[in-house]
Design a protein around this ligand. Structure first.
Ligand SMILES: NC(=O)c1ccc[n+]([C@@H]2O[C@H](COP(=O)([O-])OP(=O)(O)OC[C@H]3O[C@@H](n4cnc5c(N)ncnc54)[C@H](OP(=O)(O)O)[C@@H]3O)[C@@H](O)[C@H]2O)c1
Length: 392
């Protein structure tokens, strides 16, 4: 199937999970920023909630409503067949996500999600990448704060450095923000699945073709004081470094020998020590079902930071790139990372897949590979900063 014969589908974009916390913000962003003539629909398991959401959207009468439930695979197939691009917020993805990926891969619909779960991404590669390549579907995971600022930020940094030489890029993340019930549930679920996560990574390693003639790695960096950013650097247990590594494996521009490391940057040592202890305690508690249940009851699905808290939230990812005798400092920055900016990034990525002139790709691809320049430009126009802060 070529991409062209998907143009007669009724919708350019279908947003699944539109009634959740980040789903509602994404629907509001799309309603406010949709290009003239965009054909789009909101989808979810509750028609009543969907109709209530649609009534509150500017231009809502133009927005379609589709009922679909992850426990009903036929409804997901119908959803995928009605869309050129499907964007889903229904997580935890390792629990709820696979049937929709399968449906998109089969029907040739492009697929985007907000997963930060490496196990899910590895399983989807093994199970559905080959089929998606046959149908032309692009399967793009981690299209929110995880991992777009990091993936496109590393891509932007690499493009400031000389070509054809070994490159080293470190990313340092700082943010002031809180998270939603959905994010908390997905993180707890992933922390509890260490064994499955390693098994999925090993299985992917057996299926993925080896990189020939180039080296790419994304090791976990050791905690250290990083004078280049004037802060304590702590390794981050997120999916970002894996996504950056995959972009580097796919794109020659990252050079013959590329290394990426990602850290949280914390100015004061006691805060750094406290942060490590808190993450360690959360990972330990997630191993015990009663403790996990108690924790998930603290923040329910559908709940998240209110508009006032989000308005004060921000993020900054500073990159230090080196290679060919040049050092460059770059920065990607924006507002509330988890929700306002995630909704913006997610919606712009869906619009980018639907309408922009992009390199020909198919199968499981990262944002840098599928949409690098076009999505960076869209995000800049939408107020996210990508800039060179210095070089020598
Ligand atoms: N990548 C990032 O940076 C980033 C940022 C934010 C969030 N996230 C991820 O995004 C996901 C959503 O977060 P959230 O805070 O929006 O969660 P949420 O408020 O709990 O929303 C989850 C959505 O999934 C729907 N859903 C649940 N079970 C379903 C089923 N059986 N069939 C159909 N739909 C179902 C819910 O429908 P109802 O409304 O009917 O309950 C709701 O629309 C999480 O996995 C989170 O980790 C990622």
């Amino acid at each position: 199937m070529s991409r062209l014969n998907r143009t007669d589908r009724p919708y350019d974009i279908v947003l699944f999970g539109a009634t959740g916390f980040v789903g509602t913000l994404t629907a509001e962003y799309l309603a406010a920023h949709a290009p003239e003539g965009l054909r789009w629909a909101i989808a979810g398991r509750s028609e009543e909630k969907l109709h209530r959401l649609r009534e509150g959207l500017p231009g809502g009468s133009e927005v379609g409503v589709l009922r679909a439930d992850v426990s009903d695979p036929a409804s997901l197939r119908e959803l995928a067949e009605h869309a050129r691009v499907v964007a889903t917020t229904v997580g935890p993805y390792v629990t709820h996500g696979e049937e929709l990926v399968a449906a998109c891969a089969d029907s040739g619909a492009d697929y985007l999600d907000l997963t930060g779960e490496p196990e899910f991404v590895d399983l989807m590669y093994v199970h559905h990448d080959a089929r998606a390549r046959e149908t032309g579907a692009r399967l793009v995971h981690a299209c929110g704060f995880d991992s777009v600022p990091h993936d496109l930020g590393a891509y932007f940094t690499v493009r400031q450095l000389p070509e054809g030489v070994p490159l080293r890029v470190d990313g340092f993340v700082t943010a002031d923000a809180t998270f939603s019930g959905g994010t908390f549930a997905s993180a707890l679920n992933q922390f509890a699945r260490g064994r499955q996560l390693l098994a999925a990574a090993r299985d992917r390693g057996r299926h993925e073709p080896r990189l020939v003639g180039r080296r790419v790695c994304a090791p976990t960096g050791a905690p250290r004081f990083a004078p280049e950013v004037g802060a304590w650097a702590l390794p981050l247990p997120t999916i970002d470094a894996q996504i950056v590594r995959r972009s580097a494996q796919a794109l020659e521009r990252y050079g013959p020998d590329f290394r990426y490391r990602e850290y949280a940057a914390v100015r004061h040592l006691p805060v750094a020590v406290g942060g490590v202890a808190a993450v360690g305690a959360l990972i330990a508690a997630a191993q015990l079902p009663p403790a996990r249940r108690w924790l998930s009851d603290r923040l329910k699905p559908g709940e998240g930071p209110g508009p006032e808290k989000r308005a004060k939230s921000w993020f900054k990812v500073r990159f230090v790139g080196e290679g060919g005798g040049r050092r460059v400092y770059t920065e990607v920055a924006g507002g509330d990372p988890g929700y306002d900016e995630t909704a913006k990034i997610f919606a712009e990525a869906a619009l980018c897949l639907a309408f922009d002139d992009l390199p020909p790709t198919a199968g499981q691809v990262t944002t840098a590979v599928a949409m690098g320049d076009a999505l960076t430009e869209r995000l800049r126009r939408a107020g996210i900063t990508f800039r060179v802060a210095g070089s020598r």
